[in-house]
Design a protein around this ligand. Structure first.
Ligand code: ADP
Length: 263
């Protein structure tokens, strides 16, 4: 019956949210170790510096030690803030439906989610070696958006690019060329975010279907085909933007998201 179908669909939507949450959590666990190591190291170095300072009689040397301590404290603060930001991004993501909008530094949001997607992929696959390049435009600035929702879109697009590349057929030729490039640009009345991969691209006969709910070419268990349809809804209905796919020059797929900038 229709009610059963609706319930089943709702369950799958929830499943997709949990899958992207799982990806994010793996990324968070992996990435948060890094700032925490810095905090631990700088804190223990600071304790040693304090011991030195207690023993120091030369005022000039003592002053230099105090300067070092100040620098350490600043580093501890910066890395702790970074860890805090990562945890907050995860909590935002987990909060279901909470599509609350606020002015967000778009380039920072993009950079954060590239990191999360990349670390998530590393956590799941220790042999993961794809390179992500960025070209974050000047003047992109602040956009009024729901950060956890747009974050979810970014994770989907970048995750799909990684999946496409792990299927083989990598079009990137040189060793330095990134496999995935994320570009942001400020246009007249909108912001453009492009996620371009050098994978096999989207075949012609599939192009029209990629944004349809439950369309997937991935093996069962790996894809349920909701990532792009949820992303499409978030961008178009949720934010009045557009989401489209086009070929990457030289091979691959490029997903282009635009978000309107209100005065
Ligand atoms: P899922 O990832 O669960 O399959 P999506 O809605 O995210 O669901 O993607 C739907 C389909 O779109 C994928 O199965 C794949 O066939 C195609 N697709 C998405 N991103 C890419 C890409 N970067 N390159 C090639 N094909 C893609």
């Amino acid at each position: 019956s229709l009610a059963d179908l609706k319930a089943a669909q709702a369950r799958l939507v929830q499943q997709e949210k949990m899958a992207s949450l799982g990806m994010l959590t793996a990324g968070v666990a992996h990435e948060i170790k890094n700032p925490l190591n810095f905090v631990t190291n700088f804190a223990s170095l600071s304790r040693e510096l304090l011991d030195d300072l207690d023993a120091e009689e030369d005022p000039e040397e003592a002053q230099a030690l105090r300067e070092d301590l100040r620098v350490h404290a600043e580093r501890i603060e910066a890395h702790a803030r970074r860890a805090d930001g990562i945890v907050r991004a995860m909590l935002d993501h987990a909060r279901s439906g909470g599509g609350e909008r606020r002015p967000v530094d778009l380039n920072a949001l993009v950079a954060e989610h590239i990191d999360l997607a990349w670390h998530g992929a590393c956590a799941r696959d220790p042999g993961f070696s794809l390179r992500v390049g960025t070209d974050l435009g000047d003047g992109v600035g602040t956009v009024e958006l729901a950060p956890q929702e747009i974050g979810r879109v970014l994770l989907n697009l970048i995750g799909n690019a990684f999946d496409a590349l792990s299927e083989g057929d990598v079009a990137a030729q040189s060793d330095e060329e990134p496999h995935v490039t994320v570009t942001t640009r400020r246009r007249e009345d909108h912001i453009e975010v492009r996620v371009a991969d050098r994978g096999p691209g989207v075949p012609e006969n599939v192009l029209a279907k990629v944004f349809e709910p439950f369309f997937t070419t991935k093996p069962t268990g790996q894809g349920i085909g909701l990532g792009l349809s949820l992303s499409y809804d978030i961008v178009t209905q949720g934010h009045g933007g557009t989401l489209a796919v086009e070929p990457t020059p030289g091979g691959g797929a490029t997903f282009v998201m635009t978000l309107p900038v209100r005065a």
